[in-house]
Design a protein around this ligand. Structure first.
Ligand SMILES: Cc1ncc(COP(=O)(O)O)c(C=O)c1O
Length: 423
């Protein structure tokens, strides 16, 4: 069911935005007005299979009645009181995230970038409290993306995003995500923390290698540098695991989450190990909305759906049994993988298949823009990242039939990529 507001046309929406919305986005020419599971509907009533899900956000699918009921009930009861007072839900959500991640505490905010800001601040606070106030540097990865606020931008690898906004946070060194020697050289006794995405999302859906993960652990052990795992995109079930860092053998001191946590209701969190939390004091950080009743209620519902349990689910060893949507992702992941591998076999324009679970990328030998545009014209939403990568982040509820349908469309589109533009 659509809501009762009159739906303006694409032309009307574009004209109004062109006049009044700050032009920081280059949007595709489509207006979505309604969603149902993995489907979105535009203002003319046309249906699209959504393998973007709000950039990895709408993990429960669109128009989810259970989530809608939870947030409606909460909105009728109480939405926001601020962090000046207690409310019943923040502790419960922190308890569940702590159980699932193995990191003891949570700080709540409203987005992924804010979660990164919190991680960076708590890493510096850790060293400041320890009597090493000059230990302020960060090591981050080329192709990494952690958001657009000043701190998050400072540890984001793409210089085009950073350069117009300097000077940024000083003391950040970038190393290639497969260069263990460069990492060993860059991490020193002045490094507050190393920040990595266990699977680089915007950078082209690139999982870190086991060898590089070992180099990270070694650098942390040698210097005492903290490790921040940015799980904003790859965390909370997308790979068929609650988090991806354990699969790499990483032991982060801080973990950022966002996107999936509210399945569309804005919420982020910085998860903090007890030894770091012990060096953080009241007043060090805060947020007016962070962890409010509406967003925590949504996140509690999402975690219940992800794990299939209303109780806190303890940190599972990678691959060990878990219920809910995380188990569902494991069930559909093989089908997805096989279908993508088949596309690579059939289409010379596909250079590689990347990612895990339902966080997937097809690296092309050419710019991915025409493939993304043609897929949308054919009723499938995917997105382009790192220029040549077609990224797929469907809702975690995606079915094998929907995966097959999407792969059929993608196959047809890839078949039209002109041979002369391939390598
Ligand atoms: C890995 C990662 N970290 C941080 C962010 C920033 O999150 P947000 O856009 O919610 O601020 C993103 C967004 O794409 C991301 O992919």
């Amino acid at each position: 069911m659509s809501n009762t507001m009159a739906q303006p046309t694409l032309d009307e929406v574009q004209a109004l935005e062109a006049q009044h919305v700050l032009q920081t986005y280059k949007r595709a020419p489509v207006v979505f007005v309604r969603g149902e599971g993995t489907r979105l509907f535009d203002s003319s009533g046309r249906s699209y299979l959504d393998f973007v899900s709000g950039i990895g956000v709408a993990v429960l699918g669109h128009g989810h009645h259970g989530l809608a009921a939870a947030i409606t009930d909460q909105a009728r009861t109480l939405i926001q009181t601020s962090n000046l007072y207690f409310h019943p839900l923040q502790g419960q959500l922190a308890q569940r995230l702590s159980a699932l991640s193995g990191l003891e505490r949570a700080f709540f905010c409203n987005s992924g970038a804010e979660a990164i800001e919190a991680c960076l601040k708590f890493a510096r606070r850790y060293w400041y409290s320890a009597g090493h106030p000059s230990r302020t540097d960060f090591v981050a990865l080329e192709h990494g993306f952690s958001g657009r606020t000043m701190g998050a931008l400072s540890v984001t690898g793409n210089a085009q995003y950073r350069d117009p906004f300097g000077p940024l946070v000083p003391g950040v060194t970038f190393v290639a995500p497969d260069d263990g020697d460069a990492l060993a050289h860059a991490v020193t006794e002045r490094t507050a923390a190393i920040l990595v995405e266990p699977i680089q999302g915007e950078g082209g859906v690139r999982p870190l290698s086991g060898a590089f993960a070992d180099a990270i652990e070694a650098a942390c052990a040698r210097t005492g540098a903290l490790l921040i795992a940015d799980e904003v995109q790859c965390g909370l079930g997308r790979t068929g695991e609650p988090f991806y860092f354990p699969l790499l053998g990483l032991t982060p001191d801080l973990v950022s989450v966002g996107k999936a946590l509210g399945s569309g209701v804005p919420i982020g969190a910085c998860l903090v190990a007890e030894h770091v939390a012990a060096r953080v004091a009241p007043g060090d950080h805060g947020s007016t909305y962070g962890g409010n009743l509406l967003s925590t209620r949504a996140a509690l519902y999402v975690l219940e759906q992800l794990t299939g349990s209303t109780a806190a689910v303890p940190y599972p060893a990678p691959g060990s049994a878990i219920g809910g949507l995380i188990a569902h992702v494991r069930d559909v992941a093989d089908t997805f993988d096989q279908a993508l591998t088949l596309l690579k076999t059939r289409h010379g324009v596909v250079a590689s298949v990347r990612g895990a679970g339902v966080m997937r990328g097809l690296e092309l030998t050419v710019d991915a823009s025409p493939v993304v545009d043609n897929a949308r014209a054919a009723g499938l939403l995917v997105n382009r990242t790192a220029e040549r990568v077609v990224r797929m982040l469907p809702p975690l509820t995606v079915t094998t039939a929907e995966i097959a349908e999407a792969m059929d469309v993608l196959g047809e589109v890839l078949a039209t990529v002109p041979a002369e533009t391939t390598k």
